[in-house]
Write a protein that binds this ligand. Structure first.
Ligand code: GLC
Length: 553
């Protein structure tokens, strides 16, 4: 099998990467222009968020035609050229497959609406309850009920996400064949990877029932159903699984380790790896995302450790990430972007890149981009953000507090245009971008970073180390001293070589006593660290946000 264990994947958000035709929206020609930049970083593959034809209600996750490129991004010829150019730099592409739902503007949904029975069976359409209520009491993940009137009939269609994103009926074999065909279509275009959107919610029962109203119980009614594994195996066997060079990753919403193993253990013929999100909920207030509380470090460590150990025990594989287009920037979240921008960005990077799994870098992370902290709700574009703001006000949260929560958690935090230089619009576009640029672009931008910064080069080094050291790409994992209040430490091991990784998550000095760990500090070398001249012995004091990786015999 193709070795994805020493690969690093770069997530590129096309709308915000580089606008070559100056219409305010990033595009494929912009990506082509910047491929040498990504090659310099050393990444192996680019995951592109959806660029298919779409009304863009949910930034492309509402697809109206899976086999075409939305004109805002360019043409199919541009796409093919991009694949070809990147190949020259040994970079491949991973496409985003949004198979839980289509846009209601998709031809299938439109035909269903016009009365075509074949296409009505492509979606999850149900009668109202006898008292006229919606088929179940389920809530949409973007707020409000998960059911919407189906045209002018008495029926409803299910939408776990936005009302314009109708859930597909995977129980229907014709739907499965259509989706398999889409994967094969893109494989023929030379695509080498697939990221499957919210894949673990595709398996719905025939008879859908009310939840108790508890959100976890409700999710269990449609998440990680055993049949999902069958669907994925089918997809694998009839499309990407026929080429062992393909890398796949499933986005798994609220999943668990047990299923994580089933999804990724190679003998199951499902996926290469999965994204799970528990570690990015440690700054939720009692499970509530729209809140502002300090992150729970012990919980973060416990989750990272459990997933590392658990997946490893079951021969599963994790996708490693702090950032993506749905998450606030991790350095704003877990670091100190004012006082320790370099130290906290590199500490977070190192913590992640030296774990067991495949690391993902989200655009701008490699130069330390931060949350933009917009002061006006109208500066935010995201549909989930606006729904949440409305709901917060309805729950009598005052406007200022609601905006504080939005500033912390909005998905737009990571979607602001890439900061290329200190010219107008951060060099992203010559015209006003679709989403405002963060106003720190004069201090944080690619040009300045490459001239005088240290974060980009640190990432470069981490990527290179994964290729040079099997202890990083293949080694075992063991968390140590997990009760330390400030430091997350672990040991990777491979054929007698040990790599000790220590990460201080706080802006103050912190100590760790390793004398009971049976480690020999007489023979060590520092592989990488974000401070100079660290003093290594069995008791180590780390400086603010210090990270250090030590090779031991
Ligand atoms: C995934 C995507 C997110 C999208 C949602 C619905 O979570 O990452 O951006 O809104 O699925 O497709």
């Amino acid at each position: 099998m193709y070795n994805f264990k020493d690969k690093v994947i770069y997530q590129l958000y096309p709308k915000s990467f580089k606008d070559a035709n100056n219409d305010g929206v990033g595009d494929i020609r912009g990506i082509i222009e910047k491929i040498p930049y990504l090659a310099n970083l050393g990444i192996d593959m680019i995951w592109l968020n959806p660029m298919y034809k779409s009304p863009q209600k949910d930034n492309g996750y509402d697809i109206s035609d899976y086999k075409s490129i939305d004109p805002i991004f360019g043409t199919m010829e541009d796409f093919e050229e991009m694949v070809e150019v990147a190949r020259k730099y040994n970079i491949d592409f991973m496409l985003d497959m949004v198979f839980n739902h289509t846009s209601i503007e998709h031809e299938w949904f439109q035909k269903a609406l016009s009365g075509d029975k074949k296409y009505q069976d492509y979606y999850i359409i149900r009668d109202a309850k006898s008292n006229g209520d919606k088929p179940t009491n389920w809530l949409s993940k973007f707020g409000g009920p998960a059911w919407e009137k189906f045209g002018n009939t008495d029926k409803y269609y299910l939408h776990l996400y936005d009302v314009t994103q109708a859930d597909l009926n995977w129980r229907n074999p014709e739907v499965r064949e259509e989706l398999i065909d889409i994967v094969n279509f893109w494989l023929k275009k030379g695509v080498k990877g697939f990221r499957f959107d919210v894949l673990n919610v595709i398996g719905k029962d025939e008879v859908l029932i009310d939840s108790t109203g508890d959100s976890a119980q409700e999710k269990s009614l449609y998440t990680d159903k055993p049949v999902v594994h069958e669907y994925i195996k089918l997809l694998n066997n009839k499309s990407f699984g026929n080429d062992k060079n393909i890398i796949t990753v499933g986005e798994m919403s609220s999943t668990n380790i047990e299923n994580g193993i089933l999804y990724t253990n190679p003998s199951r013929e499902e996926l290469s790896m999965i994204f799970s999100f528990h570690h990015l909920k440690v700054d939720y207030d009692n499970g509530e995302k729209w809140s502002k509380v300090p992150f729970d470090f012990e919980e973060l460590k416990k989750l990272l450790n459990d997933w590392q150990e658990g997946m490893s025990n079951g021969d599963g594989w994790n996708a490693l990430f702090w950032n993506n287009h749905d998450q606030p920037r991790s350095n704003s979240r877990f670091g100190d972007v004012k006082k320790y921008p370099y130290e906290s960005a590199t500490m977070l990077a190192q913590t992640l890149h030296l774990l067991r799994g495949t690391p993902y870098i989200y655009q701008g992370e490699e130069i330390g981009m931060t949350n933009p902290s917009f002061d006006n709700i109208d500066d935010y574009v995201d549909i989930e953000t606006h729904n949440a703001y409305k709901e917060l006000l309805e729950k009598s949260v005052d406007k200022d507090t609601a905006l504080e929560y939005i500033k912390e958690k909005s998905r737009d935090n990571s979607r602001t245009p890439m900061q290329w230089d200190n010219t107008a619009n951060a060099g992203f576009s010559k015209v006003k971008p679709w989403l405002k640029v963060a106003n720190n672009y004069k201090e944080i931008n690619v040009q300045r970073e490459l001239d005088t910064g240290k974060i980009f080069n640190y990432y470069k080094k981490l990527i290179k180390l994964r290729k040079d050291y099997k202890v990083i790409s293949e080694g075992t994992y063991r968390g140590i001293q997990l009760d330390n209040k400030y430091i997350y430490s672990y040991i990777r091991e491979y054929e007698g070589q040990k790599l000790l990784v220590l990460n201080n998550f706080y802006g103050e000095n912190a100590k760790i006593d390793l004398s009971k760990e049976n480690l020999d500090f007489n023979n060590y070398s520092v592989l990488i660290g974000n401070y100079e001249n660290s003093n290594i012995s069995s008791v180590i004091e780390l400086k603010p946000y210090e990270t250090i990786a030590i090779l031991l015999k």
